[in-house]
Design a protein around this ligand. Structure first.
Ligand SMILES: [Zn+2]
Ligand SMILES: [Zn+2]
Length: 340
């Protein structure tokens, strides 16, 4: 049996994920997050008058009880699954961003007449479309996340992400394939719409500025703090900045078991949409003690059975109850009230 095509696919995916500078998990962006974390922890120790040694900093950043936890191992499993299998199994099911974009531009042309010749210098229209696509990505992310928290059927699949009891950058990949499928389709609709409108307004097909096919603004935030959102290092943005940007502490609050924090901070890089739609919870400047996870660890927590297969069963059960409730005959007369 010839395994070489499989091996070269595996290495290709690994290379793309870690070495493409605009990838969600590029080594460069992880290194950047590591240095930011190192500086923050070091500065805090200095402020408290404690000695700063590399060994103690590393111990503070990678505590054994987090790195070796069952929750972290499950994150690693999902990371490999999403990196190597997800694209093959589900990639074909996606709505096409490009088809949607062309359809929107065609629809606008049919409704409002042909596009005007390009009026703006190309770098201006490319900058504007880069911002438009970033905002559309963020809005699509927020909506998908909101629906995943509010619709019980979808929550069963998103709960997998929230069942992490410790947070590490790999927790970002702890997402069920059903959640991912819906997320990518919603994103395709939002970014396809934005791109179609942009193309029509600019009078030409305009391409965003990007790095490794990722939006440049998104890449900027990945380097700045997206990896740190799934860590237990408290870095919070408060005041006006806390209304605009989703600091690591914002997202840690999103994972909190405290009922006051449920369904809050649903954005990705921006807090803006949460602010506008009333789901924002600004973290305090001082570290808050949080517990993560959805419930005390279940018998099959952090296993393939608990985090991958069980959500299908629970979601199917919810659907069954819903269908049964709908198909129950409605009484012709209201039942007589019991007399006291
Ligand atoms: Zn969530
Ligand atoms: Zn998260």
């Amino acid at each position: 049996m010839d395994f070489s095509p499989g091996i070269s696919y595996f290495l290709g995916q690994l290379g793309k994920a870690f070495f493409a500078p605009g990838s969600q998990v590029s080594l460069l962006s992880l290194l950047c997050a590591f240095f930011i974390a190192l500086v923050v922890v070091g500065a805090r120790r200095l402020k408290k008058g404690r000695r700063v040694r590399l060994k103690s900093l590393l111990r503070a950043l990678f505590p054994k009880h987090i790195v070796m936890s069952r929750s972290s191992l499950a994150d690693l499993g999902y990371f490999y699954f999403n990196l190597f299998l997800f694209g093959i199994i589900f990639g074909w099911a996606l709505l096409s961003y490009e088809v949607l974009s062309h359809s929107v531009a065609d629809l606008l042309t049919a409704t409002f007449g042909p596009r005007q010749p390009p009026a703006l210098p190309i770098f201006v229209s490319r900058t504007v479309i880069t911002v438009m696509l970033f905002l559309a990505y963020e809005l699509g992310y927020w909506l998908n996340h909101y629906l995943s928290h509010r619709i019980p059927f979808l929550w069963e699949f998103h709960k997998v992400h929230h069942s992490a009891t410790v947070l590490t950058p790999l927790t970002n990949f702890r997402v069920h394939p059903v959640y991912m499928c819906i997320f990518l389709n919603i994103l395709a609709v939002f970014t396809g719409l934005a791109n179609g409108v942009g193309d029509y307004l600019f009078g030409q097909t305009t391409h965003q500025y990007g790095l490794s096919e990722n939006n440049l603004i998104l890449v900027f935030f990945i380097y700045l703090y997206v990896h740190l959102q799934h860590t237990q290092l408290w870095i919070s943005f408060t005041g006006w900045l806390g209304h605009l940007l989703m600091s690591p502490a914002h997202h840690q609050i999103h994972h909190s078991r405290n009922p006051d924090h449920f369904n809050k901070n649903l954005g990705s890089c921006l807090a803006l949409w949460d602010w506008l739609f009333g789901t924002l919870h600004i973290p305090s400047g001082e570290p808050e003690v949080l517990k993560f996870g959805v419930e005390p660890d279940r018998p099959h927590a952090h296993t393939i059975r608990g985090e991958f297969i069980a959500p299908f069963g629970r979601a199917a059960l919810l659907l069954k109850h819903l269908i049964e409730r709908r198909s129950q005959p409605v009484p012709l007369r209201a039942p007589e009230q019991k007399r006291a």
